[in-house]
Design a protein around this ligand. Structure first.
Ligand code: PLP
Length: 420
């Protein structure tokens, strides 16, 4: 097919042949986006799950402005700077116990690549031939080749399959069938080559906002520990209050061996990511032998402006962001509740600041025809919602008002009435 578009830009996760004009956004403030054609859109998905406190939060904007005038980029090998040191020190105070070191990178995907390399590097450097990664069905960990390998296989990565490495997979812990997951994990961990288990704690995001309880997370950690398999928590989406606590692992009292944080790390203002790890993993790379160096870097590792934004974000968490999270979680619970009795929906669910529900449709799944129709419906109502197939979810910035949320849920009810 030939394209007749004017713009040369190739957008992410976008089928241009089926997509209309891109929405041109000129300004963001709090929970709202303002468009070139003078519309005000409520951002009900936090701009792809990154914006926590709101667009252009003044405290974060000021930190970015001040840092940009002082030092805006520096090679991070052989050098350090105050914003990075402050962020690392505060992260270790806030993160689960037993995480001792912080490695910076610049996106969720790279933080996961770093986690996988740390795990493999650990076993390699202590001379134990463990190389196999265990994953959970329906997981998403990013779009690079390594992160696609540990994520769900399907239409998203079919063309690249020859490049993907082999993993062991355990089923998602569907309510009532949690034991099957635990048994499969136990079996996979017994393998002599099991190196690490990577999982999204409490909520599988891109896999369809699938939720499971803290006790399953806790049990999975216990099994990994018993078999000496490293436990990697991918909190790229679940971190920064999304599940109701700062990090999802807190709810299960789980201390991962490696943890990945990104998205809300800068409040959603600039790209930055971190991978935290236990001392044993760092120590396995610490040596007079240069061949044991952790060979990973990206040009913008720990960019000072991004780190200043992250420092400002951490300050907001020390000054009441948790209260906003509790209030959004309570509003979400109240507004999603009536949908449990709505026959047009199923699997109505809620964890912390995130709600999700599945519209009963004849064709389910990500490529379901209903997805784009829903999205177009919400667009006409000036709402940014982006269903995953027939799964609609609400993940707002924490400054969202009750009136905004009421408008969002009213539109979800109307969409079901009109489109089914
Ligand atoms: C978004 C996401 C990633 C990838 O993050 P990017 O910044 O988009 O590379 C990884 N893991 C999870 C759980 C995510 O939700």
């Amino acid at each position: 097919m030939m394209s007749s578009r004017k713009s040369p830009i190739w957008h992410p996760f976008t089928q241009h042949a089926l997509h209309g004009e891109m929405t041109r956004v000129v300004r963001g403030e709090g929970a709202y986006l303002y468009t070139a054609d003078d519309r005000r859109i409520i951002d009900a998905i936090a701009s792809w799950w990154v914006v926590t406190h709101g667009h252009c939060h003044p405290h974060i904007v000021r930190a970015i402005q001040e840092q940009a005038e002082k030092l805006n980029q520096i090679i991070f090998a052989g050098h350090t700077h105050d914003p990075a040191e402050a962020v690392a020190a505060q992260l270790l105070q806030l993160a689960p116990d037993n995480l001792d070191y912080v490695f910076f990178s610049d996106s969720g995907s790279t933080s996961v690549e770093v986690a996988l390399k740390m795990a493999l590097g650990y076993w390699h450097n202590i001379g134990v031939p463990r190389t196999r990664i265990i994953v959970m069905e329906h997981s998403y960990h990013g779009d690079t080749v390594g992160t696609m390998s540990v994520g769900a296989r399907g239409v998203f990565n079919k063309a690249y399959e020859p490049l993907l490495f082999d993993v062991a997979s355990v089923p998602f812990p569907v309510a009532g069938r949690e034991q099957a997951t635990l048994d499969a994990l136990q079996a996979a961990c017994r393998s002599e080559t099991a190196a690490a288990f990577i999982v999204e704690p409490l909520i599988l995001g891109a896999g369809g906002m699938l939720m499971y309880p803290p006790r399953v997370l806790k049990e999975m950690k216990r099994i990994c520990e018993a078999h000496n398999v490293l436990f990697i928590a991918d909190e790229v989406m679940t971190g920064w209050g999304r599940t109701g606590t700062l990090f999802a692992c807190e709810q299960a009292d789980v201390s991962p061996d490696i943890a990945c944080y990104s998205k809300g790390l800068t409040g959603g203002s600039l790209p930055l990511a971190v991978t935290l790890c236990r001392a044993e993993i760092y120590d396995a790379h610490y040596s007079n032998d240069r061949s044991r160096t952790f060979f990973h870097s990206s040009s913008y590792t720990a960019n000072p402006v991004a780190c200043a934004a992250a420092r400002a974000n951490l300050e907001l968490w020390q000054h009441g962001a948790g209260d906003r999270v509790a209030s959004v979680a309570a509003m979400q619970e109240r507004l999603i509740a009536p949908f449990r009795a709505n026959p047009r929906f199923e699997n109505v669910r809620h964890t912390g600041t995130i709600t999700a529900l599945d519209l009963k449709a004849s064709d389910a799944g990500y490529l379901a025809g209903i997805g784009p129709k829903l999205q177009a419906f919400f667009q006409r109502r000036d709402l940014l919602l982006r269903p995953l197939g027939n799964t609609i979810y609400v993940m707002p910035p924490y400054c969202v008002t009750e009136a905004d949320l009421e408008e969002i849920y009213a539109a979800i009810g109307d969409a079901a009435d009109e489109l089914t």
